[in-house]
Each structure stands twice: as C-alpha cells, then as structure tokens.
Design a protein around this ligand. Structure first.
Ligand code: WTA
Length: 639
C-alpha cells in the first residue's frame, strides 16, 4: 500500500523509520498473508554479518503474489507479454490464469523430483514461462538461480556448480531482435561438467533442433499434461532462502547473492508501491485500463526479479514483459509498445535511453506516449543530457523521473525520488527511502558529516531486503561487503552528497565495471580471454563510453609466435563470446609485450585505466614499476 503521500509525509516517515525501524517495518509486514506471524522483527550485527528479519514468521511469497489477489482481482491482467516479433500475438494472463500456470508448473517440478531447499537453475528467454518457472520454484520452496540468457556455457556451468543445482529449466532457444539464440545447446555444453544435474525441463520456443538426452531431458509441454493446477504452497520460514542470484565481483568468481523470503517480500513490495506510486486499490478492477507497469530489464538480473516479477505481483499490479530488444524491428519499438499497451509507468536503463537518443527523434515522433505517468531509470548513473532527453521527449515534461539507485545485494531500491512526491534533480538519485540509512566515509572509514561531501557509500543499518550471505561462502560475503569498513555495509560505489543533501552516485570504486548496465568483473573477462591458447596474460579495465556508460578495454600479451594481430583480436573476441557471452565482448583490444607491474607482481590497473581513458599526462609515479619502459610502449600503442 502506498504510504507516502506528500513530501511532509516522506520526512515524517523517514524520521520514524530511523527512530523505530522495527515498528516501521512491522507495520509494512502486517499487510501480507503470513501462515504464522514473527516472534521478533529484527536481529542483526554487521560484524559476522548476521541479519534476520521477521524471525519465526512463516509464509510463502507466491501466496502473496497470487492467491491473496484472487478474491478481488482474479480477472485483472497480471502479466502482459509482448513478443520479439511485433506480428506475433500478445499473451495476457489474469491473476487467476497466472495462478493456475504457476500451480501447474510447480506440480511439474515436483513430478520431476524437485523439493523444498533444492537449487534450480533457470536459463530461459524472456517469455511468460520464465516468470512462471521462477514463481513455481518459490511455491514449492525450491531456491531459484536465474542465469541471464546472454551468458554462455562457461559462465552457466560455473553458476550451476556453485549452487549445486539438481535441475535446469531452459528452452530450445530464444528470439532477440533478428537473432535466434540457442539455449539448450549451451545447457548441454555446460552440463558436461555438472554431474549434479539430474533433470532438464525444456520449453519449446523457437522450434530449433535440439538433442534430448533420454532420462535427463523432458519437454515442458509433455510434463504439463501429467499434472493438475492444484498446488498448495510450501510453508517457508521468513529467513529461508528464496533465491540465489549471481553478481560479478573483483575476483574472477561470481558471488551467489542470497535473498530470503520474508524480508525480500516486504521490501520489494514497499519500494515498488511507493517509488512508482502504484496503488492497485485505486485502479478499476477487472481490466487493464490503467496501471500498466513496464520494467524493461531481463529477469536474469535483479531488476527483473524485483520489479518485473515480485514487486508488481505483490502489489496486485499489471506487469508487462517484453521478449525483444529496443531496436527491433526499429529504434521506435519501446515507444510503440508504450502506445500499444497504454503503459503508465516505464522503467528502463540509461544505456537504452542513450542508444535510442542517438538514433534521433524520428523514431519517437510517430508515438503519442500520452499514457505515461512516471518514468524510471536504473542500473548506472544517468548523465544529465540523457535525463533531459528522456524527460522532454518521452515524458513530455509531464512525468517525474525516478532515478533509482540500488544493487543486487540490496534486493530493492534504496536511494530514489518518490514519483511526484519528492524532488527530482537530473543526475541525482536524490534521497534515501524510509528505512535506508546511507553514510559517506572517507578512505579511513571516518563518517563525512554535513553536506557538500564525497566519499564511499555505505549503510549503517539493515533494511529487510539486504543480502544475507553469499551462497556456501559466508566469508566471502563478509569480505566483500562488511570488512572494508567495520560495522558498515559497503556498496562499492562512490557518491557525493551535494549542498542540498541530495545523493549523486559517481560510480564503482572497485574492479567491476558497468557495461550497458550489466555488472561485469574485469577478472572474469580476463579469465575468458585467457582461455585463448595463444594468450599469456591479459588485463581488462573500463573506459568511459558514450552509449554503454563503460566500455571494455583489454590489454593482452600473446605468445611471441603470434604476429597476425588483426586475426588474433578476432579470435579473442570469439573466445570471450564463447566462454562468457557477447555482453563481455571487449570494445578495444591492445596487443602489448608486457604489463605495468609492481615489484611484487601486482598489475597497476590505475595506470592502465588512465591510458585507456587517454589521460596520459597524468600517469603518476611509474618509477617503482618492475619495468617502467613497458608503460611507454603501451602509451604509444593505444587503440
Ligand atoms: C550501479 C542493479 C547510479 C551502481 C539494480 C551499483 C547505479 C550497481 C544506479 C549495482 C543509479 C545502479 N545510479 N548507479 N540509479 N543503479 N547503479 O547489482 O554502481 O546490477 O553498485 O543492480 O549499479 O548493479 P546491479
């Protein structure tokens, strides 16, 4: 339920949430269906770390996403699906229909041996069955681990391994723009090294050729015929795992971020309703007349989890899911979809806005866009120019833009305007939501008080959606988020608080980069490059990129034998594609004979970043390097 109705209200609620967080969140949690209420609201310490919300509470999140709405909104559209090909039919599911689909598939999972606590990997295209699979896992208490369809077999098998999944849900392939992406064959390749996987359920989507392994692989449509649409929910503890979602870190191995059932539910619903001012109770029931919410993110990322599936369904909203890409069949596709479905709230990424801005207004002009009420931005800093273009040309100066800062680890939005209620400021995520207590620290961990300060963004108090652990490796969770600054959660982002007290995220301060809004570890990309047999060593850094936000710059040392540099660069690109996926493809590759290293052998990335940025007059002290001459060579050869 929307609980913030004015700026004054926001200030009051914020103050309350800091004075008495337990009472504040208990109030929100009371709006859901619990099988058993909690005994205690919160227990926490950031040292181990150990955070628990709604201790002793019992629930199932899908009962709250689906069953809870059946009395009032059984015939309201829950999910609208827009296919990649604009000539293919749209699919719509009412809450009642979605409930049945989820129950059907939950029974399929059970029939195939899945049970509470199992880890299930989902590697699918953006079709309704992906959302259905996610919810079906949650219904039976299995832990879903969705892997973005743009990752290739190596990244997929790493993630399946790490989570010890015993079941994989996939499709024969997926449509993206003019391409058919094979998925099942990638799964087959990945599973060669994943003996824990006993079953693969395959959805038919592109009808491409696939090989089905007897006893392991079954078709979704065959399995559905064997079951009913009656499936009771599994009763979960508030702190039972709901899902694992892998995110890149500064080492080559991605981290399995763990979210739990109770806190994640309360936090995603609260942030969805308030930030976007989505009040299902004030909308006409039984149709799709208003209140159409469209989040363009893939369900393979946290934004898709929290604001395409869980947040909107918890709120009883109508959520739109799009299979394709913004430029197919042309760069007007987003705007066409907004008019076609009368989208009211549109939530996308700066990289998409910048690339569509670059295509020119001719792609925007044919569309009215007059159903829009709120615009959102997520995933990376939005530059002022893109913000203004979005505000003027898409929102027609009528729609507030919520620039929402958050992370896979935070579960939901943390710092953001509240649409139409609090102020907006181009380039600024502005103010923390109630319950969120940000601080800026200097490099020694001292809190920077007052305004007009810049430092590392940390949180000093838990919120219900906070990461609980990294799967099977709690030490890594502690190390990555709770060790840099004692007793704080460290976000990895730099941030400025301006004279008015508004927050502006300045970007990552670690070895991960945001490429087109996708978080990628430079070490992970290096590992993929190093799979090429002729590469001795590589170093990857980011450089500012007009459309993507950050581009990937790779320095590579080949074997002495390799002289054909153009051919080698092509091969490296293909290698990255094969092992990690097209999203990690380097924008620039420079062949070098050595890398700047300290005497202890550590690569000086600071220098490589400066060269990649073209900032060569300011390389700092290079005299302590093992081989200072190598810097000169690299500067000369910059691509
Ligand atoms: C960046 C995405 C500036 C930030 C939800 C963060 C942003 C990382 C914004 C998390 C924003 C996300 N302004 N930067 N509005 N939103 N970021 O885990 O660097 O894919 O740490 O979660 O994206 O990326 P992730």
């Amino acid at each position: 339920m929307i609980s913030i109705n004015s700026f004054e209200d926001y200030k009051k609620q914020y103050a309350l949430s800091v004075q008495n967080p337990e009472q504040f969140w208990e109030d929100k949690a009371n709006q859901f269906v619990w099988k058993k209420k909690w005994d205690k609201v919160l227990e926490w310490n950031f040292e181990e770390p150990d955070v628990k919300w709604f201790l002793g509470g019992k629930l199932n999140i899908t009962e709250n996403c689906l069953d809870r709405h059946l009395k009032e909104r059984a015939h309201q559209t829950a999910l609208i699906w827009e296919p990649n090909n604009p000539n293919e039919a749209v699919r719509k599911f009412t809450y009642k229909e979605l409930h049945s689909e989820v129950c059907w598939f939950a029974n399929v999972l059970k029939n195939n041996g899945a049970k509470k606590g199992d880890r299930i990997c989902i590697y699918m295209p953006m079709v309704p069955e992906l959302a259905i699979a996610v919810l079906a896992c949650a219904r039976i208490g299995a832990i879903h681990s969705v892997v973005f369809g743009g990752f290739s077999f190596n990244s997929l098998s790493d993630r399946i391994h790490d989570a010890d999944c015993n079941l994989v849900i996939t499709a024969d392939g997926g449509f993206r723009g003019s391409k058919d992406i094979p998925l099942k064959s990638v799964v087959d390749e990945a599973l060669k090294t994943c003996p824990t996987v006993k079953k693969v359920i395959v959805l038919e989507r592109t009808k491409c050729n696939v090989t089905m392994l007897a006893d392991r692989d079954v078709w979704w449509h065959d399995e559905i015929k064997k079951v009913s649409d009656k499936c009771e929910v599994e009763i979960m503890d508030a702190e039972d795992m709901l899902f694992i979602l892998y995110t890149s870190g500064s080492t080559g191995k991605p981290k399995g971020v763990v979210h739990t059932c109770g806190g994640y539910m309360v936090y995603t619903a609260y942030t969805f309703e308030n930030v976007f001012q989505y009040d299902a109770t004030s909308l006409p029931l039984g149709g799709t007349k208003s209140g159409i919410f469209w989040c363009t993110a893939d369900i393979g990322w946290i934004t898709g989890h929290s604001y395409l599936v869980y947040g909107p369904l918890l709120a009883g909203a109508t959520t739109l899911m799009f299979e394709g890409i913004p430029t197919y069949p042309d760069a007007g596709r987003f705007w066409k979809i907004i008019d076609k479905h009368s989208v009211n709230i549109f939530y996308t990424a700066p990289t998409a806005i910048r690339s569509l801005e670059a295509m020119g207004l001719d792609f925007v002009k044919p569309y009215k866009l007059n159903s829009l009420r709120v615009l959102g931005s997520v995933g990376e800093p939005i530059n002022v120019e893109a913000w203004e273009w979005y505000y003027k040309n898409i929102g027609k100066e009528n729609c507030p833009i919520v620039d929402t800062w958050w992370q896979t680890e935070t579960g939901g939005i943390m710092i953001s305007p509240i649409a139409g209620i609090t102020v907006t400021k181009p380039g600024f995520a502005t103010l923390p939501l109630p319950g969120v207590q940000p601080v800026l620290l200097d490099e020694h961990g001292n809190e920077l008080l007052g305004n007009n300060v810049e430092g590392r963004l940390c949180m000093k108090f838990p919120w219900p959606g906070i990461i609980r652990t990294t799967y099977k490796n709690h030490a890594r969770c502690k190390e990555a988020y709770f060790s840099t600054f004692k007793n704080y959660y460290f976000t990895g982002d730099g941030c400025r608080r301006d004279a008015d007290g508004y927050y502006r995220i300045t970007g990552r301060v670690d070895d991960v980069i945001k490429v087109s809004g996708h978080l990628l570890g430079t070490a992970e990309i290096e590992n993929a490059i190093n799979e090429h047999p002729d590469i001795v060593e590589s170093a990857v850094v980011g450089f500012a990129h007009e459309i993507k936000g950050w581009g990937i710059y790779a320095y590579v040392i080949p074997d002495r034998e390799r002289k054909d540099s153009d051919e080698l660069k092509k091969e490296i690109t293909a290698t990255v594609n094969k092992f990690m996926g097209a999203i990690a493809k380097p924008d620039k590759i420079q062949i070098v004979s050595g890398l700047p290293k300290t005497r202890s052998g550590k690569i000086m990335r600071r220098i490589l970043r400066k060269i990649a940025e073209g900032d060569i007059n300011n390389l700092g002290d290079t005299s302590t390097l093992l081989d200072p001459a190598v810097v000169e060579e690299i500067v000369k050869g910059k691509v």
